[in-house]
Design a protein around this ligand. Structure first.
Ligand code: GTP
Length: 385
């Protein structure tokens, strides 16, 4: 199955940088090297096999004005047809540097709106991702509030374009990102996850696997990019965030960071830069959705860890570790198939699951033997292929 990702945004917002970092086949792509990237001329298309049955075609749409005009006009049906995920990159660094009128944000808003309108005509079921990018350039003290305010504005704009609230919740997702930290990896994991066919079956197999293995968590990673494809307990968590889950059922599962009172407060703060046409405030219930794509604050992270839950950024850290290990191994012309880590309170086992994936199993119960987990991984391979 082929799925098209349309990556759009104005020139210099960081599209090619993120493509290079997330999908690069070079060994040590690093954020600093993106400074050498030239501007994209027209459209650059690349294809990635993510799973055995999924090929992603990524269209990096150069953001210079002449190109933008052509996407929105004479090439619109070609550009916006058959899209699986539309990813729009907002340059928050640019926006944060502007004065009171915030022209950059307004211009982005107009371009985004035109794109979403055309997307709705030509690919009405496409998922829409708004990456509020270069968050590292926004002053740290106001980063959270500005992010919350911008997401609220986008959700408000989306009301005219996507219809009822339920459609917005189902189709629109916002994430704060930067090439300098793990937020980029997390956002792209979400994007890829949204395109995987039969994801519910994969997640339910994974839940079952974690259950019979006595695992605290089981995670499937894509083999080349090491993006998270699926993890146990995720379907239940999603239900809980969308307000459809049973909170008792999810109590024993690792929870996503819940909005703290400071976040709730953030949703009430109006942007210090917003000067015209402030959108209507959203209800308190929207706070979780608004902050879903924002990393937890230090205080939230501390409280998550002290309550015995798993580290909220564990996947990003594992991915980095494994990519570095793989790089070092290949320098020695070696490779690895599996990895075992034994900590004081947990054990982890990483192994190849299918031709295109790895599985990581985390066990906190001291009575569970890792050898039994290994055997389970071996036996489960056929089912996951
Ligand atoms: P066009 O090809 O003209 O459409 O631009 P683009 O959207 O592909 O932008 P590109 O990826 O070339 O990035 C432009 C500049 O932004 C580069 O110098 C990157 O290093 C920088 N950049 C990208 N992402 C980030 C980020 O998260 N933070 C910071 N500080 N700089 C970034």
């Amino acid at each position: 199955m082929k799925k098209k990702i349309l990556l759009m945004g104005r020139s210099g917002c960081g599209k090619t940088s993120m493509r290079a970092l997330v999908f690069s086949s070079t060994l040590y792509p690093n954020a600093a090297s993106t400074k050498r990237l030239g501007t994209t001329l027209g459209v650059e298309t690349s294809h990635f096999r993510i799973l055995r049955n999924l090929v992603i075609s990524l269209f990096d749409m150069g953001g210079q004005q002449a190109y933008i005009d052509s996407y929105l006009d004479d090439r619109k049906s070609q550009v916006f047809k058959d899209v699986g995920a539309f990813v729009y990159v907002f340059d928050m660094g640019n926006s944060a540097e502007q004065g009171e009128d915030d022209d950059a944000w307004e211009a982005d808003g107009r371009y985004w709106r035109d794109c979403v309108r055309l997307l709705n005509q030509h690919s009405p079921t496409a998922q829409i991702f708004c990456l509020l990018h270069k968050m590292d350039l926004v002053q740290e003290s106001s980063r959270r509030d500005i992010y919350a305010q911008r997401v609220r504005e986008l959700r408000s704009k989306a009301r005219d374009l996507l219809g009822p609230e339920s459609d917005i919740d189902a189709r629109l997702r916002c994430c704060g990102t930067s090439i300098w930290d793990e937020t980029l990896y997390r956002a792209w994991s979400k994007i890829i996850h949204s395109l995987i066919p039969n994801i519910a079956v994969l997640e339910s197999n994974l839940d079952q696997f974690a259950g019979v293995s006595g695992a605290t968590e089981a995670v499937v990673f894509e083999r080349k990019t090491f993006l998270v494809v699926a993890r146990s307990g995720e379907a239940k968590e999603r239900g809980a965030v969308a307000g459809t889950g049973d909170s008792k059922e999810t109590a024993s599962q690792p929870q996503p960071p819940q909005p703290s009172s400071s976040v709730a407060a953030a949703s009430k703060v109006s942007s210090p830069r917003r000067s015209k046409g402030a959108p209507p405030a959203l209800g308190q219930d929207d706070t979780a959705l608004i902050m879903e794509g924002y990393p937890p604050s230090d205080a939230e992270r501390k409280s998550i860890l002290s309550s015995g839950q798993l580290h909220p950024e564990r996947f990003e850290k594992i991915s980095e570790l494994v990519k570095n290990l793989r790089g070092s191994c290949s320098k020695l012309q070696a490779s690895f198939q599996s990895l075992e880590v034994r900590g004081e309170t947990f054990a982890a086992y990483l192994d190849v699951l299918t031709a295109d994936t790895y599985i990581l199993v985390i066990v906190a119960d001291p009575s569970v033997e890792l050898s039994a987990v290994k055997l389970n991984v071996h036996m489960a391979r056929e089912r996951f292929e």
